[in-house]
Write a protein of this length. Structure first.
Length: 449
């Protein structure tokens, strides 16, 4: 803990943490040390963990990177976090993120931008940027992020670490500040696939506080990771992802090399078409903004956090608190979501997007009955420069073109490091499989990495 505290201090300019729990974590370390001596320590004894600022931890601040939750302390702990604590993980602090987990660059946080440790003039990706950089720069062993459309995998790829988005419903969302409830997943960001497997194993499973979490039994992910090399699989790769000019040449090249290597190892690797891929982003942005506009209605200046001092009556209290408390991107999405849910447009946008979601899901499921895994790059480019896309939301949204599919379909997907580009920036490879097949996904990615 002391080592990590010193590193966090030395790397403050990365802005990965919004709050560090120095005395808390040192005290817990001592308690766990005593347990180790007594032989009663849990499976994560000594693991130093950072949590994204959207995960509740009792008696600690949590504010989703937003001014609107200023001074808010959570009265309870998220299930996923509690399960890690129960195994004696030590939480060293909460990590910077895009406001309400909306973003792909970690430039929209109330606490300022986060920097990529590979090149400080570049973004770490988002929205779990602080969590990815913290692992990249060795400021903690592992982090917990949240992934609604790519927010664990995309920053993991930009920072050269491992990011796992589990199947929807594998991990309880209780205590995760909601962005878009039918997409949100808590996922680990780690140095290795093995670490991700262990954290998932401990966090996953039924929870009476989340009615959408699956009651399916949780396999011992950490024990089943050795891939039997004689087992040959069928893999599909998105043809577009290695042919399109929109994907950076170094990324296409590295992806092709992986394809070649898998073939040499005796696996069947074939190009696949996903005609509905181009509808992934519009579907995602209609449905997530709709859900966000509803989820964020609770932040009204009355119940939580920030309250405007300029208000003269109840209506102006709501209006001014929300206008002053939310940043620009969050306000944009609340407006978009309110629009697509409004009486005159509901059928044209919201209902239609729900239908398209169903089509994308069945297209993905069908492909995954023909192939064991689907692989693609995680992102079309490597980490871009700070400020490069802040004026163009549509360009920013394109960063998630390969990641949103897994959230739309509810399937698990992992980002693993796949070399560097010509500027020494990390490249990621995404591997996806059928829902609730994390065991297979983890052991195959372990074998590949
Ligand atoms: N970048 C995407 C968005 O802005 C994904 C965010 C996420 O996964 N939380 O919505």
């Amino acid at each position: 803990v002391r080592l990590y505290l010193a590193r966090i201090e030395a790397e403050q300019h990365l802005n990965a943490f919004v709050e560090v729990y120095s005395s808390d974590s040192l005290q817990r370390a001592e308690e766990i040390d005593a347990k180790l001596t007594a032989g009663t320590a849990g499976r994560l004894a000594g693991l130093v963990l950072g949590i994204k600022d959207v995960l509740c931890y009792a008696a600690h601040g949590v504010q989703a990177g937003s001014k609107i939750l200023d001074n808010y302390k959570s009265p309870f702990t998220a299930t996923a976090v509690q399960r890690l604590l129960d195994e004696d993980a030590i939480i060293i602090g909460r990590q910077n993120c895009d406001e309400f987990a909306m973003g792909s660059s970690n430039e929209s946080s109330y606490f300022g931008v986060v920097r990529n440790a590979a090149d400080r003039a570049r973004v770490p990706g988002g929205s779990s940027g602080g969590s990815a950089v913290a692992v990249q720069a060795g400021l903690c062993h592992a982090s917990l992020g949240s992934d609604t459309g790519g927010s664990v995998r995309q920053p993991a790829a930009f920072c050269g670490v491992v990011g796992l988005k589990p199947s929807y419903g594998r991990v309880s969302r209780w205590g995760l500040i909601a962005y878009a409830s039918s997409f949100d997943c808590i996922g680990p960001i780690t140095k290795s696939v093995e670490d991700a497997a262990l954290l998932l194993e401990i966090m996953a499973g039924a929870d009476e506080f989340d009615s959408t979490v699956s009651t399916k039994q949780v396999p011992a992910y950490s024990k089943s990771r050795t891939w039997n090399e004689s087992q040959k699989v069928r893999i599909g790769y998105l043809r577009e992802s290695v042919e399109s000019e929109a994907v950076a040449p170094a990324i296409r090249q590295r992806t092709l090399e992986v394809i070649e290597q898998l073939r040499e190892q005796g696996h069947t690797v074939e190009p696949v078409e996903m005609p509905l891929l181009k509808y992934g982003l519009p579907t995602y942005y209609i449905l997530t903004t709709a859900e966000a506009s509803s989820n964020l209605a609770r932040f009204d200046g009355v119940r939580y956090g920030y309250r405007s001092q300029q208000a003269s009556d109840l209506e102006s209290l709501y209006k001014k608190s929300r206008t002053e408390g939310f940043g620009e991107e969050v306000r944009r999405r609340i407006l978009l979501g309110t629009f697509v849910l409004s009486a005159n447009y509901y059928d044209a946008y919201y209902t239609k997007a729900q239908r398209v979601r169903k089509l994308i899901r069945s297209e993905t499921e069908q492909l995954l009955t023909r192939y064991d895994f689907l692989i693609s790059p995680v992102t079309p480019t490597t980490a871009f420069k700070l400020g490069e896309k802040t004026d163009d939301s549509l360009q920013m949204y394109l960063a998630d073109i390969f990641t949103v599919g897994a959230n739309v379909a509810g399937t698990p997907a992992i980002a693993i490091p796949n070399g560097l580009d010509e500027n020494g920036l990390p490249i990621g490879l995404q591997v996806m499989t059928q829902a609730f097949e994390e065991e297979k996904l983890l052991s195959f990615s372990q074998y590949m990495s």
